[in-house]
Design a protein around this ligand. Structure first.
Ligand code: GTP
Ligand code: MG
Ligand code: ZN
Length: 303
């Protein structure tokens, strides 16, 4: 018997597939997990026993999680790549800000990836709109998060993205149909993640991906990537009123510089944040998202 360590890459019908240095092992979880009501997740770092001449390997220990998510149930995300299409479906910018807040709350890095850039240069109907959307997103996040323009079809921008995520365990998040699985397949040809056409009728995605899986992108550098059904269950209202300002890096930077220490940066006098918005040092659309989300948190607290 030998003891190894690895990462759970998928779970199917009571079996966990654990990636270790030299391969993937199919394991079962020791009864202790069930007794303690611990559910293992894709992304978990575990220790397991390999028994020679026996098909069953046993997971014995779960290592501490850096972070965890409920739906999808995955753990240990270092970085979120927020994928949004330049067109088809058209990007909804407030959705991006909900995801950046989620990422900040779980203490992960953020990269914004505007996909389907090929549609902007196509000269086809709607290509201007796609080009405008790319510009708008670049402008909005310029001083806050890295933005990559990419295409899962032509592959442009994906080498840059790959470079940015080197050595990290990343999750793609973003609306259905944005191209998350297409990008996954481009970066990891053996992934064979299922992709789906967007509906012609509604111009929206069809929620093609139904299970979470963790793929090895670069075994030498240790880069890994989740393909998941999408991080849609996160609710802004799970964030505390006071906490929200800390989840906007451009606002967090100015905390302590307002006249009132309990400033919410709305209409208070001598507020460093509203001043920065007026002077164009903080993007107005980002600030508006902050206000809207704060309002949503407050509205929900009243009930
Ligand atoms: N033109 C163009 N189409 C793309 C691009 N990337 C993906 N698509 C298409 O967009 C559709 C949806 O892509 P998926 O990769 O399935 O999208 P997803 O984000 O994984 O969607 P869900 O799994 O439903 O969340 C498919 O028809 C893809 O072929 C791109 O860069 N350019
Ligand atoms: Mg998908
Ligand atoms: Zn303020």
């Amino acid at each position: 018997m030998s003891k190894l360590e690895g990462t759970i890459t998928k779970g199917i019908a009571g079996f966990y597939y654990v990636k270790s240095g030299d391969g993937v092992y199919r394991c079962k979880a020791r009864g202790i997990f069930k007794q303690r009501d611990i559910k293992l997740a894709v992304g978990d770092k575990v220790s397991f026993e390999v028994i020679e001449g026996n098909d069953d390997n046993w997971i014995t220990d779960l290592h501490p999680r850096k972070n965890e998510f409920v739906r999808p149930f995955v753990t240990n995300v270092d970085c979120f790549v927020i994928v949004v299409a330049a067109a088809r479906p058209s990007p909804v910018l407030s959705v991006i800000d909900k995801l950046t807040v989620m990422a900040e709350k779980k203490e992960t890095e953020v990269i914004i990836c505007v996909n389907k850039a090929d549609l902007a240069g196509s000269g086809l109907k709607g290509s201007h709109k796609a080009a405008d959307a790319i510009e708008k997103i670049r402008e909005k996040y310029r001083d806050v998060y890295p933005v990559v323009t990419a295409s899962g079809v032509t592959g442009e921008g994906l080498a840059e993205l790959l470079h940015m995520i080197e050595g990290k365990t990343v999750a793609l998040a973003g609306p259905s149909g944005a191209g998350k699985s297409t990008i996954t397949n481009h970066l990891i040809p053996h992934a064979e993640a299922e992709t789906g056409d967007i509906s012609e009728k509604t111009r929206r995605g069809r929620h093609t991906t139904r299970h979470s899986e963790l793929f090895v992108v670069d075994p030498e550098k240790g880069t890994m990537m989740f393909d998941t059904p999408g991080f849609t269950s996160f609710e802004i209202r799970d964030v505390e009123e006071e906490e929200l300002q800390h989840l906007y890096p451009e606002i967090a930077r100015l905390i302590g510089q307002c006249r009132y220490s309990d400033c919410y940066h709305l209409a208070e006098p001598e507020c460093a944040v509203t001043k920065a918005v007026e002077e164009g040092r903080i993007n107005k659309a980002r600030y508006d998202s902050y206000r809207e989300q704060l309002e949503e948190i407050r509205k929900n607290r009243q009930y």
